[in-house]
Unconditional design. Sequence first.
Length: 154
Amino acid sequence: MAKKVKNKYAICTASIAKTAGTRKRSDWSSAANERYERCKKDLKEMSDTKKDPQHCLIIAVKGMAKALLKRHRTKKAESKKKKAKADKDEGNEAVDQFESVQYKNSYVRKLMETDAEDEKAALEAAPKEDEAKKARAKARAAAYLKKFPPKAAT
């Protein structure tokens, strides 16, 4: 006669524990608990229909394999997303650096152009200032001569 099993859902606990990382159900995520409840339900249905216990085990293992495959695909997709984001961030950083250099170059170019324009304006204004100074000097001299006419030489 076969031994009576104490916990017929032990296979569910063991299979979920591998993916969850612990056998304590209180530490499992909600998704792990849902998988456990599904496994229990499947085992109960199989025992109610009096199917072969090996068949029950195969179905439980298939369920675990599906869960592992889904987890693997999810992690792979997340890894791809992280890599894409890192590549995008790296690209954005390069663009930012390029734009920063371009901005600095354009700023320096503007300063140089402004300095050149100021210098050119100063050079163009210099002769005008000299003419104005000469005109003021002549006016002062004329006013002085008018005020103090020179004495005639005898």
